[in-house]
Design a protein around this ligand. Structure first.
Ligand code: HEC
Ligand SMILES: [Cu+2]
Length: 386
């Protein structure tokens, strides 16, 4: 690091000794815990101090000149133009300062972008309004939702529950990573642009639908690091926090084992299908059913000939809300939530699924689905709720 890492402990210590009440406070950004965030941190303070030095020199010279050469002392203004020496100096000096600051800054940016030689990759997909983590090597995949109770958030008529310590910065399933490993993130989005932002890890990366962006971090010490979506993505933008837990290798391995054990919420293997002989179309790859692109839609449309695979449609489209019960969606397999809905009768449910109802978008938001595919998904869900 070219710029020395400076803080202002002296200044704040002095202030604190005068005002004991301030002793517990200090002015700083969050503690960095990765090589990149440490470099960012050092740049932040280093460049701040360069600015402070320039400020002191420029204003010092100005005030000194004003005082020393004031009229009452009989000062006469010197008249000079086109002084080559001074023009060269005031071009070269700022130029050198800028280059000196640009060098470490550029090096840090290059370091941030260098996601090579990583130990593991995690695909991070943003949804309105949650995150999905898909561990490429360990085969663990889960959704991470805000876990702050709604009662703390809604303050109707000024009444609300007392807030947790990590209010709006807590999730049900945190992302867990091993300490000391270079973790590559493959960040994308399912709907709109989101931002995966954890300040202490030095990562702030857009998740853009249709693109996969890279980022990486190596956490150097075990701990819990919190962040938030950094792009205004919709009405619950402030309600999709990120929590990363760094654990040592043994604890990480135990976590992977644990996640695998409880992972698939035991979805029924086979879907009730009337037509014999047509094995649940393995050909209709879930990705293709989900793809809204015209090319990807072809197999889904073609599938109209054989009975649509309700489970595949559910797994690709409806699962986002119906697996977790997000946004008030009746949860898959939750009999109590489904009972009043079942009472409306199948045609009403088909109608809601096809044309939307409340926060439920028409066809679950995937208009490329055929009507039959959506109905099959409804059958799949209702079968599990009876
Ligand atoms: C973006 C989130 C979301 C997705 C994706 C989604 N749903 Fe829903 N769904 C909801 C919500 C929220 C409700 C509750 C709506 C209400 O009662 O106001 C709901 C309700 C339903 C109901 C009950 C309707 C009723 O009349 O009570 C059915 C059936 C249903 N969804 C089917 C589906 C199917 C099939 C898919 C996939 C093709 C799907 N949903 C995808 C959010 C979603
Ligand atoms: Cu977002």
């Amino acid at each position: 690091m070219h710029l020395k890492h400076l803080r202002a402990p002296g200044v704040f210590a002095a202030a604190a000794s005068i005002l004991p009440a301030l002793a517990d406070y200090h002015v700083d950004i969050l503690e960095p815990v990765t090589p990149v965030s440490k470099d960012i941190y050092n740049l932040h303070w280093g460049i701040l101090w360069v600015c402070v030095a320039i400020f002191c020199v420029v204003f010092g010279a100005m005030f000194w000149s004003i005082l020393r050469h004031r009229k009452s002392l009989g000062a006469k203004a010197a008249q000079f133009h086109e002084n080559t020496t001074i023009e060269v100096i005031w071009t070269i000096v700022p130029f050198v300062i800028l280059i000196a600051m640009a060098l470490p800054a550029t090096r840090t940016v290059l370091e941030m972008k260098d996601a090579s030689n990583t130990d593991m990759s995690v695909k991070v997909t943003a949804y309105l309004w949650k995150w999905e983590y898909d561990y490429q090597q360990d085969g663990v995949k889960f959704l991470s939702n805000l876990s702050t109770p709604r009662g703390q958030i809604d303050e109707r008529e000024g009444k609300g529950q007392p807030k947790n310590e990590n209010y709006l910065l807590e999730v049900d399933n945190p992302m867990v990573v091993p300490v000391g490993k270079k973790v590559r993130l493959l960040i994308t989005s399912n709907d709109v642009i989101h931002g995966w932002y954890v300040p202490q890890l030095g990562v702030n990366q857009y998740g853009i639908p249709g693109f996969v962006k890279e980022a990486w971090f190596t956490v150097e010490k075990p701990g819990v690091y919190r962040g938030q979506c950094s792009q205004i993505c919709g009405k619950e933008h402030g309600f999709m926090p990120i929590v990363v837990e760094a654990k040592n290798d043994a604890d990480y391995a135990a976590w992977v084992k644990d996640m695998k054990a409880k992972a698939p919420p035991a979805l029924p293997e086979t879907v009730p299908q009337e037509a014999p002989g047509s094995a649940p179309a393995a050909g209709a790859a879930p990705e293709q059913v989900a793809a809204a692109a015209p090319a990807g839609a072809a197999p889904a449309a073609g599938a109209a000939a054989k009975p649509a695979d309700g489970k595949a449609v559910f797994d690709t489209t409806c699962t986002a809300c119906h697996s977790t019960g997000a946004a008030g969606a009746p949860k898959y397999g939750d009999k109590a939530a489904w009972a009043p809905r079942l009472a409306q009768g199948k045609p009403a449910l088909y109608n809601s699924a096809l044309h939307g109802k409340g926060a439920m978008p028409p066809k679950g938001g995937n208009t490329a689905l055929s009507d039959d595919a959506v109905k099959a998904a409804v059958d799949y869900m209702t079968a599990a709720a009876k």
